[in-house]
Design a protein around this ligand. Sequence first.
Ligand code: UDP
Ligand code: MG
Length: 319
Amino acid sequence: MNLTAQASPVISAVIPAYNESQGIAETIKQIAGCLNACESAWEIIVVDDGSCDPTYQQICRISEGEPRVKGITLSRNFGKEAAILAGLEHASGQAVIIIDADLQHPPSLIPEMIGKWRSGAQIVHTVKRNRTADSAGKKAAAYCINQLISNLGGINVNNSSDFKLLDREIVDIIVRLLPERERFFRGLTSWLGFSEAYIYFDVADRQGDQSKWSFWALLELSITALTSFTCAPLRIITFLGIATLLLGFLVAGDAIWSLIIGQSVSGYATIVISVLLIGSFIMISLGIIGEYIAKIYEEVKARPHYLIKASIGIGNKKP
Ligand code: UDP
Ligand code: MG
């Protein structure tokens, strides 16, 4: 066995991968090349998030030739957030880099990230300078959601990405002290504080086929992101309620005034409009409250974030 494989790793790279069999070998090769340039004691942990294609078989094949490449395959598709957590829980490096499997996060930034970590940064964020690889719709949706989270939740996630370097202390905090089921990794790392550094990068075109996120998966992530960082939508409901009440007083005042001056009250349109308005306010409000209740329900059930089907090169690290 390779000697460097036995040394405890200084740097771990965690790659969440879902149906990435087409490009995973090239991604691992490029990341390993960049890690080798900085440090020989490294490990790469690829977390196969229940792929339907032979992603895990590819990881096993590579791992047999290079034991510093390790793999975990989850029992089904749990989503990128769970895959990242699985990687963090099994990484043993002093610093952990989280990077996508499709080469949209340039591995060439790794030496700079490690450099910033060595100069004292505990979290190295990478920020997207452009999003030319995304469609106009995705860009607009991402902008609106990031603005909402940043303004209501008070954490800056504008153009942020999951491509980050975390010091061991930060990884331990995320794994041990942030046990929430509904996770938004990008937000959590901004919420933590500590000493942070930023690197700007241009998003490359996606290697391989289409993005692995469906519209519903993105919507779910956005709702999780919003509800896990702010209760502002609940407060907005209260303000909407007060606004509707004021409107009600206004209409009532108008009706009483019309009675006093002897005019007949124009009833039908007013009633229909108020019923529709108030009805829709109530339904939207119930929906928002429902989202928070659903999140509480998920937390109370306290099911594991993910289940591991098999792994290669990994000891039983998870507590
Ligand atoms: N991914 C994952 N599980 C999923 C969806 C995506 O592990 O359910 C991985 C995927 O393999 C990739 C990363 O998350 O490494 C980012 O996914 P993608 O490139 O599809 O997203 P985008 O770049 O469009 O944000
Ligand atoms: Mg991508």
